[in-house]
Design a protein around this ligand. Structure first.
Ligand code: NDP
Length: 287
């Protein structure tokens, strides 16, 4: 049976250690690290994510400022809020919960966020910095996956890592972080041929696809490490349930270690958002 990589437990430890850093920060600079969370509309999943982010920011002793805007909010009104937050010295991190309603431009909003407050790490300048190996604010989900991998690998050098998915928010930055950690990286996607055989060669599999339980035990080399990023709501036996992109039941019989869903990458993503907020606050106060 595979070793569990417990994202909930690890994220609690990260948040506890951030709470100590927050008090040191407050003592030194006379203010708290501040995170502004912007939610446009009433998407139920986004509301849950925002609530969890705000709750965890509070647990880390940070100041969190929530901006809930109606779904009819215009681009101009959203731009104007972002510009105000960019100028506010008590706001060190700005997170705009995605997806935005269809009439709003996500690229425009992401570009408008001040680079040094972009705690999601999605601004093109932060994306470029990560690609060139100088990233400061790194996308939270892949950063969380790296911390989880460090729980079971002292050194990732030479490991063959297969990343399933090539999105801008997970797959691509994940591949870059693994490359920086000296892994040999293969990225597979919807046009890749024979994904199963490629995954079977991997020492590490990161699944970020959005397809419930797609990765089966026959895809996994015995002893491999499996990190499941997927969050998929399904109906099973008349009940709504969250499952990952990995068939946890069968894969945990063959993998060396595996992260669960829920309680895996999800909580680590939030912990890393707060880590980025602390980093952004320190960079801004010492600039
Ligand atoms: P996207 O939909 O943006 O990307 C999915 C990727 O998977 C694409 O690159 C796509 O390929 C690839 N893909 C789709 N179908 C297949 C297939 N059958 N075989 C191989 N590759 C396939 O999703 P995200 O990256 O945003 O998210 C992925 C999953 O992670 C989702 O379940 C999401 O909910 C979850 N997630 C979880 C987070 C967390 O905190 N735990 C945070 C962010 C996301 P192509 O590019 O060719 O279309």
């Amino acid at each position: 049976m595979a070793q569990l990589i417990d994202g909930k437990q690890l994220s609690d430890a990260v948040v506890a250690s951030l709470a100590e850093e927050t008090s040191q920060f407050a003592a030194e600079f006379g203010l708290l690290p501040g995170l502004a969370v912007v939610l446009v509309g009433e998407d139920p999943a986004s509301q849950v994510y925002v609530r969890n982010k705000v709750r965890q920011a509070t647990a880390a002793g940070m100041r969190s400022i929530e901006h809930r805007l109606p779904k009819e909010t215009t681009q101009q009104a959203l731009n104007s809020l972002i510009e105000t937050l960019n100028q506010d010295p008590e706001v060190h991190g700005i997170l705009v919960q995605l997806p935005l309603p269809a009439h709003l431009s996500e690229p425009d909003i992401i570009q408008l966020i001040a680079v040094e407050k972009d705690v999601d790490g999605f601004h093109p300048l932060n994306v470029g910095a990560l690609a060139s190996g100088n990233g400061e604010l790194i996308p939270c989900t892949p950063l969380g996956c790296m911390l989880m991998l460090q729980q079971v690998h002292d050194d990732l050098s030479g490991q063959h890592a297969v990343v399933i998915g090539r999105s801008n928010i997970v797959g691509k930055p994940m591949a870059q972080l693994l490359l920086q950690a000296n892994c040999t990286v293969t990225v597979v996607h919807s046009r890749t041929r024979n994904i199963e055989a490629i995954c079977r060669e991997a020492d590490i599999v990161i699944a970020a696809v959005g397809r419930p339980e797609m990765v089966k035990s026959s895809w996994i080399k015995p002893g491999a490490t499996v990190i499941d990023v997927g969050i998929n709501a399904i109906e099973r036996e008349g009940k709504r349930k969250l499952v990952g992109d990995v068939d946890y039941q069968s894969v945990s019989d063959i993998a060396g270690s595996i992260s669960p869903v829920p309680g895996g990458v999800g909580p680590m993503t939030i912990a890393c958002l707060l880590k980025n907020t602390m980093k952004a606050a320190l960079l801004q106060q010492t600039a």
